[in-house]
Structure formats: structure tokens, C-alpha cells
Design a protein around this ligand. Sequence first.
Ligand SMILES: [Zn+2]
Length: 160
Amino acid sequence: MSQQHNADATVNLGRHQRTCSVCAHQQREEIESAFIGWRSPATIAEEYGLADRSSVYRHANALGLFPKRQRNIRAALERIIEKAGEVDVTASAVVAAVQAYAKINAAGEWIDRTETVSLNDLFERMSTQELEAYAQTGALPGWFKGTVGATEGDGREDNC
Ligand SMILES: [Zn+2]
């Protein structure tokens, strides 16, 4: 990993650590991997006895976990695919997630560049909040839906 080259970051990190309940937590590593794995910060806070999700967000922000989480798009897609049977995710969202999952390698890089919708570009255009909403509820931003919808058309109903 590259080092922080911002001296202020070190100072701020020290200040952060003195007041952070996650830094002092015995299961800090679990909390961090849960966050990077797109678990809901509210759920994380509840499970690990933290005050609320803002404790998780503050820690994630101070430790630079947001970019790590964004690169971990596969985990987000796994959660969508997993939830497909439980919540009312739109069919196109699931199809898009499955397609995207199949094409994103472990480093979060798009490994195929065919003529199909460039979901990679679309994901990149999504904000952290939009990605999180997508991961948790399957809700797509309006502009995303319009783009993906354009390629639909063979309503298969295979159920394996
Ligand atoms: Zn912390």
C-alpha cells in the first residue's frame, strides 16, 4: 500500500483515533471488512454495539475505507444477486448485476469491453450513495435505468 503523503492526514488520524469507538474496538478488523463488503453501516453499528452509523462513517472516512469499498464492487453485486429472492428488485437490476459481476475481476476492474452496455462506466458515474442504495435495495438512479433499459428485450424467465 502506498503511504499517505499528506502530513495533515497523520495529525487528523491521531485526533480521530482518540475519539473513535471503532478504532478502540476489539473487533475493529471485522468492522472494517464488513464496511468494505458493503454491509449497511447501520447494521454494523447495531451488531458491534457502536453508537450509530455515523461512528462507522467517520471511521471509514478517516481511514480511507470509502475508496476501498468502491473498488469492492463485486461484493455489492453479490449482495444484490443474493437478495434477488427476498426483496422486490427489478428484473433488469438483477440481470445487470449478474452481467456486471461476471465481467468484473477480483480487483474490481472491468475485464470485457464488448458492445454491451458499459456498466462499468455507469457504475463509475454512480455516487457512493447511489451505489449503496443499489447494493441494499436494488434501487437504481433514474438515469441508470434509462440506459440499461435500452438493452433489454428478451424477457427470459429461466429459474434454475
Ligand atoms: Zn476510527
